[in-house]
Ligand binder design. Structure first.
Ligand code: HEM
Ligand code: MTE
Length: 401
């Protein structure tokens, strides 16, 4: 009784390229998504599903399990899969790549469950200078990898000394331990406020995709020196790339890079951290080793670090090239050219007054006295120089003590 024609799996599978058309199936429906490929927010990964079922990919990229995504898909429906082929499809078990995720504290406000993205209630940020790790915001793009500390190896490539391989034990004992207290902020922090002005793409973060911790570990600079870094390297290499151990369906890892000068600078404070707030890194925050790049956007602070590559080029990762970039408010998100903008490093401020500084304040009591609480943060590793408070919508201001 369906108004749609019935197709066999074979017919669907014959549409696997932009030339022959790109067809996919989802819950027994057949969709011709050829036109949608170029508009897909997740890039041309979508072609992996061409000719087959979306379900295994959406189990991994569960950001798709939202009504607006299903509505989008429904516009491309061209038919139904034959009952016989649908039955065959159902016998292929899709295992959940998120079945071994760590326990999380229920107070976290979940933005997306798989991959896990969550922020603390904002009061926690103002009540405590250091954010307890359990409620520190969590931003994962992929399933949390399970890493055995005994067999863990960190590789360092691209320096005159050849490849340096370090076990966790060697990282802890060969290099002196440094601690740095640094704020991490996701580039998408406060996007929900932006969305009220103009709809933009990405997770709808509130004001707490930002947290502060004391990190302990080896200095990246010290490890690069041990791997043979010398000043003349800077004539041919300009970036330090990081690869995570978290992988997508194709085996591609999360990756990002930072400028070489930040990585080797004595003031750069870049850490290969194995401790967060005095204990081993929790699984969600990169156990056993993550990069901490103070003053730099969260995305470059690569977790579950597997490889460091000193290179002439930036990371070729999706998250360095086609995400985490800033554009004009007039940008059309369906045709945006990611190559036209540089990758965010130091996070640009999201508020124009005062420039380069963000302030979020909220009222906690309204009696004769008003107590105002909030957090202030200044990007790029710079200090907060002043906090101004206005109780009349910006007509008059007082400087907070
Ligand atoms: C993101 C739609 C198929 C991988 C997205 C988003 C939409 C979307 C709307 C943005 C979600 C949001 O931020 O709210 C679709 C539709 C598909 C499809 C309609 C099928 C017709 C696929 C497939 C893959 C894929 C098959 C992978 C093999 C991704 C990735 C992201 C994404 C990696 C980015 C997630 C992130 O930012 O972390 N897609 N998608 N998509 N999609 Fe798809
Ligand atoms: N590193 C890996 N390997 N995989 C990731 O998904 N997410 C990045 C960064 N490092 C990510 C990663 C992003 S976008 C941010 S904002 C921070 O980690 C978040 O760090 P947190 O989860 O410790 O708060």
């Amino acid at each position: 009784t369906s108004a749609f024609p019935i197709f066999s799996q074979e017919e669907v599978t014959s549409h696997r390229s932009l030339e022959d058309g790109v067809w996919v199936t989802y819950k027994g429906g057949v969709y011709d998504i050829t036109e949608f490929v170029a508009m897909h927010p997740g890039g041309d990964k979508i072609l992996l599903a061409a000719g087959g079922a979306l379900e295994p990919f959406w189990a991994l990229y569960a950001v798709h399990n939202q009504e607006h995504v299903l509505e989008m898909l429904s516009e491309y429906k061209v038919g139904e899969l034959s009952a016989e082929d649908l039955k065959k499809q159902k016998t292929i078990k899709t295992s959940d790549p998120y079945s071994s995720e760590p326990e999380r504290h229920p107070v976290l406000r979940i933005n997306n469950l798989k991959p896990f993205n969550a922020e603390p209630p904002p009061e926690i940020l103002s009540d405590s200078f250091i954010t307890p790790s359990a409620v520190f915001f969590k931003r994962n793009h992929l399933p949390v990898p399970q890493v055995d500390p005994a067999s863990y190896q960190l590789q360092v490539e691209g320096l005159p000394g050849g490849v340096l391989t370090l076990s966790l034990e060697e990282l802890k004992t060969r290099f002196s331990k440094h601690t740095v207290t640094a704020t991490l902020q996701c580039a998408g922090n406060r996007r929900s406020e932006m969305n009220k002005v103009k709809q933009v793409k990405g997770l709808n973060w509130g004001i707490a995709a930002i947290s502060n911790a004391t990190w302990g570990g080896a200095r990246l600079r010290d490890v690069l020196l041990a791997a043979g870094y010398r000043p003349d390297v800077a004539q041919r290499a300009f970036h330090v790339q990081f690869e995570g151990l978290d992988k997508d369906v194709t085996g591609t890892t999360y990756g990002a890079s930072i400028p070489l000068n930040k990585a080797v600078s004595e003031e750069g404070d870049v850490l290969l951290a194995y401790e967060m707030n005095g204990v081993d890194l929790p699984a969600d925050h990169g156990y056993p080793v993550r990069v901490v790049v103070p003053g730099t956007v969260g995305a470059r602070n690569v977790k579950w670090l597997g490889k460091i590559i000193v290179s002439a080029d930036e990371s070729s990762s999706h998250w360095q090239q086609n995400d985490y970039k800033g554009f004009s408010p007039g940008t059309d998100w369906d045709t945006v050219d990611f190559k036209s903008a540089p990758a965010i490093q130091e996070l640009p401020s999201q508020v124009s007054h005062p420039p380069h500084q963000q302030t979020v304040l909220w009222l906690i009591a309204v009696l004769e006295e008003v107590a105002v609480k909030g957090y202030a943060w200044s990007g790029g590793g710079r200090e907060v120089v002043r906090v101004d408070v206005s109780l009349d919508g910006g007509n008059t201001w007082q400087v907070a003590n």
